[in-house]
Design a protein around this ligand. Structure first.
Ligand code: FAD
Ligand code: UQ1
Length: 414
């Protein structure tokens, strides 16, 4: 059986970032990384692909070219975790043992939790920027749109990049205006939340965007079924406790953009690493597993209260780099993750509100007012952040913007 000093589960944003950092510290051959997929996508680019502002190809690279030198790629998936024995079992039945492990499996898209959605995605009018297989279809649908309701949904579960469902809606509004058909469309943003966005600081600015675009915002609406033959979306109305009220609403659509319900990945959900919600139970500051001190988490698969974004991963990487090194040296983890997350809210084909926050405070990097839609933030989203991801984050060189933020605070005269 194979054995690694450090085993990394998942070769996404977080997994590659950690593997890059630790292959530089550990002897060659002592780090294994388990990732089943051939292709790696820059997922934050999907919003732009769905809006025709980037190609899908330019957001895809072969995983084999991204695995850091010195690391062993195991192209398979974990099926079972056996943390009391420090082993995992792969789909192929192989057992792998480890001394330390980092779990970075992300969050799983669950279109299957909406009745009829999986089939509906293969029919005209239904699409999703969340899936690499249905993101280009969104742009095609917007370019072919003639008239009727265009509905954008937000699920009743945790989701990565919680701003992405409304970015899709805003870009579509811009394109329909450019095409001269916007007055033929009734645009609806239907969210399970009780407000347009989870972070109060940005709510006013986003409400203004939706209002100026005459997008109808329907809150406490959870998509539960898509009926393909007569193109109906069925929502359940949620109460103040976000539980279903039993009342449903049917809306006919010409275009339906689904943001899928999401859950923790199956093998994690049923393991001893998970809490009741299925996500990995970690100390929210040190990111160390609560039950197994030789295991850490990174990224979307954890139960930390931050928004699930690649921007958060940058700060997770810094935290786990320090804390896992401490643990490897027999010392205590001391670095504390501050809950940082960011969501560049694309509000048209050339403006962005660059939201940056933790569960407790606003953490904007620049001294500018980032609530205001701006062209500079759009340029950053389109041209700088992809480079920061490919050359910085997954190579283990980008630890988040906290240093820049501290510096720009010096410039603020308040
Ligand atoms: P991922 O990068 O998703 O990687 C998880 C990896 O684990 C995958 O490669 C998967 O194949 C692998 N895996 C899963 N199960 C197993 C298993 N059983 N065994 C082994 N491997 C497994 N973030 C931002 O910061 N800004 C944005 O503007 C932004 N926009 C987004 C827009 C969209 C449409 C989407 C979908 C996401 C967006 N994000 C954005 C979120 C960002 O992409 C994620 O938060 C980030 O990729 C999380 O990294 P991760 O490593 O936790 O998960
Ligand atoms: C970020 O670090 C990051 O990961 C590389 C993103 O994902 C693509 C982001 O969207 C953002 C905004 C950041 C934060 C970086 C800066 C410079 C504000």
């Amino acid at each position: 059986a194979k054995h690694f000093k450090l085993l990394v589960v998942g070769g996404g944003a977080g997994g590659l970032g950690i593997a890059s950092k630790f292959t530089r510290k550990l002897p060659s051959g002592s780090l294994g990384i388990i990732e089943p997929l051939e292709d790696h996508y820059y997922q934050p680019g999907f919003t732009l692909v769905g809006g025709g502002l980037m190609t899908l190809d330019s957001n895809r690279k072969k995983q084999v070219n991204l695995i850091p030198k010195g690391a062993t790629w195991i192209q398979d998936k974990v099926e079972t975790f056996n943390p009391s024995q420090n082993t995992v079992v792969l789909r192929g039945g192989e057992e792998i043992s480890y001394e330390y492990m980092v779990i970075a499996m992300g969050i799983h898209l669950r279109f299957d939790m909406i009745k009829g959605a999986v089939e509906a995605l293969e029919t005209p009018g239904v699409c999703s920027n969340y899936s690499p297989f249905h993101v280009q279809k969104h742009y095609q649908e917007v370019m072919n749109f003639q008239k009727g309701n265009a509905i954008y949904t937000f699920p009743n579960t945790p989701i990565k990049c919680a701003g992405a469902p409304q970015k899709a809606c805003y870009i579509t509004d811009s394109i329909l205006r450019q095409r001269g058909v916007r007055d033929k469309a009734h645009m609806i943003y239907a969210t399970s939340l009780s407000k347009i966005f989870g972070v109060d600081h940005y709510v006013k600015a986003l409400e203004k965007v939706a209002q100026e675009k005459t997008i109808e915002v329907k809150t406490k609406r959870n998509l539960i079924e898509v009926v393909t033959n007569n193109k109906k979306a069925i929502f359940e109305l949620l109460g103040d406790d976000s539980k279903p009220t039993g009342v449903t609403e049917e809306i006919e659509f010409s275009l339906l953009h689904i943001s899928p319900p999401c859950t923790a990945p199956e093998p994690l959900r049923s393991s001893h690493f998970a809490d009741k919600t299925g996500f990995m139970d970690v100390d929210p500051q040190t990111l160390q597993s609560k039950n197994y001190p030789n295991v850490f988490g990174v990224g979307d698969c954890m139960n930390t209260p931050n928004a699930k974004t690649a921007a958060s991963v940058s700060t997770h990487l810094k935290t786990v780099d320090t804390n896992l090194t401490q643990v490897m040296q027999g010392a205590r983890p001391f670095m504390k993750y501050d809950g940082y997350a960011s969501c560049p809210l694309v509000v048209s084909t050339n403006r962005v509100i660059l939201a940056e926050f933790s569960p407790n405070e606003i953490l904007e990097t620049t001294p500018l007012n980032q609530s205001k839609p701006s062209y500079w933030a759009f340029l950053m989203k389109r041209y700088i952040l992809p480079v920061l991801y490919w050359k910085g984050l997954i190579k283990g060189h980008w630890n988040g913007p906290s240093t820049i933020r501290n510096f720009s605070r010096l410039l603020k005269t308040k």
